[in-house]
Write a protein that binds this ligand. Structure first.
Ligand code: NAD
Length: 263
C-alpha cells in the first residue's frame, strides 16, 4: 500500500459543505483524489464553495432536516454520479447557551436535534442504500464527550451523534461499511463566531469582546497544546478515517482538539 492517502475514483458526499469545516474537508478529499457531491442548504455559499475547488463537483441545495426532500433529490442523482463510497455528515448547528440549563425552554432543543441528529440520520439512510462498500464519518464535537455548560442542547445532540455512530457501525459492519466520528475541538468558523453572541446572552460583558479575542482566550485557557484547530486539522482526520489505512477502525470517535478532552 502506498504511504499516501489515496481516495481516487471514490465518490465522497459532504454535508454542510459551504461552511468552515465543510470547505476544508472537501478540499482535502479532492486533494486525495476523491470526486465530490456537496450538500448545503445555503445555495450562494455552496456555489462559492464549489467554485473554489479545482475539480468539477456536484452541488445539491438541500435542507437535511427535510426527509422527503433528501430522499427525492438524492434518488435522482445516483444514475448521474454512480455509487457513493464516502459520506461525511458534517452539517450542524449550535444552540442556545445555558449557564444554567434552566434558562432554556423546550423549544430550544428542537433545531439542534432536528439538524444534528435527525438530519444526519436522513442523509445516512438515503445514502447507504446505494453504498456497496465504504465508510461514513460523522462530525461530532468535544461537547459530545463531556457536557459543556455553555450549550446543553448542542452537547446532548453531539453525544447522540457519538452514540449513533456506534449503532450505525454495528448495523453496517456486515456490509463492510465502517462508521466513525471526529470530534473537533475549537475551530474559528462562522459557527464559532455565533458562539460568542450566544454566550453573551448569559454574560453581557462578552458583547464588548471581539470574536477573535473570545476564541483566543478560550484556546489559551482550555487547550493544553495552546492552539485552536483549523479546518485542515479536522480534514486530515476525516481523510485518514475514510482511507484504507483505517480499514480496521469502526465505531470510534477521534478527538481532534489539542488535548481539550482526554477520553
Ligand atoms: N467550529 C467549531 O469549533 C466546531 C467544533 C466542534 C464541532 N463542530 C461541528 O463541525 C460541523 C461544521 O461546523 P462549522 O464550524 O463548519 O460550522 P458552519 O456554521 O461554518 O457551517 C455549517 C454548515 O452547515 C450548513 N447547514 C446547517 N444546517 C443545515 C441543514 N439543515 N441542511 C443543510 N445544511 C445545513 C450551513 O449552511 C453551513 O454551511 C458542525 O457539525 C459543528 O457542530 C464545529
Amino acid at each position: 500500500m502506498s504511504l499516501c492517502i489515496n481516495l481516487s475514483n471514490r465518490l465522497a458526499i459532504v454535508t454542510g459543505a459551504a461552511g468552515g469545516l465543510g470547505k476544508g474537508i472537501s478540499k482535502a478529499l479532492v486533494g486525495a483524489g476523491a470526486r465530490l457531491m456537496l450538500i448545503d442548504r445555503d445555495q450562494q455559499a455552496l456555489e462559492r464553495a464549489v467554485q473554489s475547488l479545482p475539480r468539477q463537483t456536484v452541488a445539491v441545495v438541500l435542507d437535511i432536516t427535510n426527509e422527503s426532500a433528501v430522499n427525492y433529490k438524492l434518488a435522482r442523482l445516483w444514475e448521474e454520479v454512480g455509487p457513493p463510497h464516502i459520506l461525511v455528515n458534517n452539517a450542524g448547528v449550535g444552540g442556545r447557551v445555558g449557564l444554567p440549563f434552566t434558562r432554556l425552554s423546550a423549544d430550544d432543543w428542537k433545531i439542534p436535534w432536528e439538524v444534528n441528529v435527525v438530519g444526519l440520520f436522513n442523509v445516512t439512510k438515503a445514502v447507504i442504500g446505494q453504498m456497496q462498500e465504504g465508510c461514513i464519518v460523522n462530525i461530532a464535537s468535544v461537547s459530545g464527550r463531556t457536557g459543556f455548560q455553555t450549550s446543553p442542547p448542542y452537547s446532548a445532540t453531539k453525544a447522540a451523534v457519538i452514540n449513533l455512530t456506534q449503532v450505525m457501525a454495528r448495523d453496517l459492519a456486515p456490509r463492510g461499511i465502517r462508521v466513525n466520528a471526529v470530534c473537533p475541538g475549537m475551530v474559528f468558523t462562522d459557527f464559532y463566531r455565533g458562539q460568542r453572541l450566544a454566550a453573551a446572552e448569559a454574560d453581557p460583558t462578552l458583547l464588548e469582546v471581539s470574536d477573535e479575542r473570545y476564541f483566543e482566550e478560550k484556546v489559551e485557557r482550555l487547550i493544553p497544546l495552546k492552539r485552536g484547530q483549523t479546518p485542515e486539522d479536522i480534514a486530515y482526520a476525516v481523510c485518514f478515517l475514510a482511507s484504507d489505512w483505517a480499514r480496521s477502525i469502526t465505531g470510534q470517535s477521534l478527538n481532534v482538539d489539542g488535548g481539550l478532552v482526554m477520553s
